[in-house]
Design a protein around this ligand. Structure first.
Ligand code: NAD
Length: 254
């Protein structure tokens, strides 16, 4: 008996980091997963590995930075699996840039991937959940939707927008038995975070400084976020609507 038996989960950003961990955990818990990423070779390889293990996983390649791709993603998920029980918006990108040199193209890219894709995927998937009579949406914000960090202005703004969107949607659709919550990870050891360290003059020192902000004395593991997403996706948190789940090893209370 898996905790997601019989459920169809659409997960974005499955080729790396937290999304990859979630695809592996959700399929292990019995979900049929429709996984989306712009990285086609890695997504296909993950699909082959999971299918060889007898799990139900369908990969769809898409760049979520445009609305038409988001429309296609939901259409294709419904075409393959016939429903969407869980929409887990996980795909995202980082931007480390001084505010003054954050140009229009950088701002547009961060907002398109981190915020607008969440907006459009919710807009497409929620009517399907209404027809089904239930659904769960998990939107990935960040600890940086709650606290701030210099050089992350556009990223912070994009994640703050995800959190506000989540709360507004949760209110609008609670009556339809659709639970919409935000997940706010702290520093998690993924390729995204490593590439942020690598942009520093001294990457090893940047990593040590990152770890020093963590009361637990280490970075988070992607599966530790996937486990919380699994809880949100399951039937257990029936009363949770519009919550911001901070999962950060205590960083934001430090
Ligand atoms: P990651 O870079 O390891 O993985 C992100 C995945 O999203 C990649 O496979 C990438 O190809 C995909 N992706 C990016 N842009 C895309 C697009 N336009 N279309 C389709 N796919 C796209 O990152 P991660 O660390 O696993 O982060 C996952 C989520 O968690 C992100 O939303 C990130 O902002 C958030 N987050 C991460 C951390 C952290 O410390 N790692 C902290 C807080 C929040």
């Amino acid at each position: 008996m898996g905790r997601l038996d019989g459920k169809v989960a659409l997960i974005t950003g499955i080729a790396s980091g937290i999304g990859r961990a979630a695809a592996m955990l959700f399929t292990a818990e019995g979900a049929q997963v429709f996984g989306v990423d712009r990285d086609e070779p890695t997504g296909q390889a993950l699909a082959a590995a999971l299918q060889a293990d007898g799990r139900s996983f369908h990969f769809f390649a898409a760049d979520l930075a445009n609305e038409s791709a988001c429309v296609q993603v939901v259409e294709q998920c419904c075409a393959v699996y016939g429903r969407i029980d869980v929409l887990y918006n996980n795909a995202g990108i980082a931007l480390i840039e001084p505010f003054g040199s954050t140009d229009a193209a950088m701002l547009e890219r961060v907002m398109a991937v981190n915020f607008k894709s969440v907006f459009y995927l919710c807009q497409q998937a929620i009517p399907q959940m209404q027809r089904q009579g239930s659904g769960v949406v998990i939107n990935t914000a960040s600890e940086l939707a709650i606290v701030a960090q210099p050089l992350y202005t556009a990223y912070c703004a994009s994640k703050g927008a995800v959190l506000s969107l989540t709360r507004a949607l949760a209110l609008e659709y609670a009556k339809d038995n659709i639970r919409i919550n935000a997940l706010c990870p702290g520093p998690i050891a993924t390729p995204m975070l490593q590439s942020e360290f690598d942009q520093a003059d001294d990457p090893a020192q940047a990593k040590a400084e990152g770890i020093a902000t963590m009361p637990i004395g280490r970075l988070g593991d992607p599966v530790e976020i996937a486990q919380v997403a699994l809880f949100l996706a399951s039937d257990a948190p029936a009363l949770m609507h519009g919550a911001a789940l901070v999962v950060d090893g205590g960083k934001t209370i430090f």
